[in-house]
Design a protein around this ligand. Structure first.
Ligand code: NI
Ligand code: MN
Length: 228
């Protein structure tokens, strides 16, 4: 699958010819100043939770692209109030067949509130199953034993895990998460954007390698093909 990194936890992924965008936070991100947010493609936008650093550009991209937004119930209601009706609300444990593949919502141990302070429901992660690859997008989360369920549920070919620490798990816990989900190909996210989530990237890659895993880190704007 072709994956484009837009900084922080925002990725664009082409699945069966559809552009899936995750957690759009681009225009306030100094590290993503090279990205023109008005050119970002989206047929679907998957939103893990309501925090600003995951939805800053959600409304503008949704209005421009008319992408369908997959998110929890509470974020869906909030979007409806912003004039966005093309939403597909889900909740943890639920699975739905979309035209690009299946989405299953899984537990994320974190919090969720909207930028205006309204209730953001529970944070979620997503498992995407397609006829080619399956992958897990963890959102913002701590390491949790629930991740073992993912490892038992499906063969996950690659996984997006937060590695920045402070607000989410850091590198050491993400290595344990990789073991729980039985996946050796990890794409790091939610690091370096803010002072309190800066990491030593070379050390992180070395630690993952020592544990028998591959840690893939993108430059902002970079496109990589990631397969099984
Ligand atoms: Ni968050
Ligand atoms: Mn976050």
């Amino acid at each position: 699958m072709n994956i484009t990194y837009f900084g922080h936890s925002c990725f664009g992924i082409e699945v069966n010819g559809k552009h899936i965008l995750f957690d759009p936070f681009i225009s306030p991100n100094e590290l993503a100043s090279t990205i023109d947010v008005t050119t970002v493609k989206a047929d679907y936008i998957l939103v893990s939770h309501g925090h600003e650093d995951h939805i800053a550009d959600l409304v503008s991209i949704a209005k421009r692209t008319n992408a369908k937004i997959v998110c929890n119930w509470e974020i869906s209601v909030w979007l409806n109030k912003q004039g966005i009706s093309n939403t597909h609300p889900m909740n943890i444990g639920g699975k739905w067949k979309f035209e690009f593949g299946d989405v299953k919502c899984v537990v994320a141990v974190h919090s969720s509130s909207m930028p205006d302070g309204s209730y953001g429901g529970n944070p979620m992660g997503f498992i995407i199953e397609s006829d080619r690859e399956n992958f897990y997008y963890a959102g913002d989360t701590a390491l949790t034993y629930d991740m073992k369920l993912i490892g038992d549920y499906r063969k996950v070919d690659f996984a997006f895990l937060p590695i920045g620490n402070n607000f989410t798990m850091g590198v050491d816990n993400a290595i344990i998460a990789a073991e729980f989900i039985k996946c050796t190909k990890i794409i790091g996210m939610h690091y370096d954007t803010f002072e309190n989530i800066k990491i030593e990237k070379d050390l992180a890659i070395k630690k993952f390698n020592n544990a028998g895993n591959e840690l893939i880190l993108f430059e902002v704007g970079e496109v990589k093909k990631v397969t099984k």
